[in-house]
Unconditional design. Structure first.
Length: 108
């Protein structure tokens, strides 16, 4: 989970130089973290669907009791799936939460 966040941050910081040097081909490099996040979320589907969550925490400043905590549950997976669908990474038929997506789309 943290590797995906770090990868997004590094490539976001390097996006401008990459586009300058690679031109339109930089899109392929810049699309890797979102694609990797989608694949990772798909591999965690059973955990989220069962009602549990993938969690990670790191005590950043223990003296001040500051902790970085990440949680991936069913709602987070739904958001990843909808983002992947909206950006064209997956088809509607491949959505992880088809019925819920249809209900949300009908309400809008």
């Amino acid at each position: 989970m943290t590797a995906l966040i770090v990868c997004h941050s590094v490539l976001a910081a390097c996006a401008r130089p990459l586009v300058r040097t690679l031109g339109r081909r930089a899109f392929v490099v810049l699309a890797l973290p979102p694609a990797a996040a989608t694949v990772w979320a798909a591999t965690q589907r059973n955990t989220a669907a069962s009602g549990s969550a993938v969690t990670w925490s790191w005590r950043w400043m223990p003296a001040y009791d500051v902790t970085v905590a990440l949680r991936f549950d069913a709602l987070a997976e739904l958001m990843v799936a909808r983002t992947a669908y909206r950006t064209g990474q997956i088809d509607h038929g491949e959505l992880l939460f088809d019925e819920l997506d249809e209900q949300l789309t009908e309400e809008n």
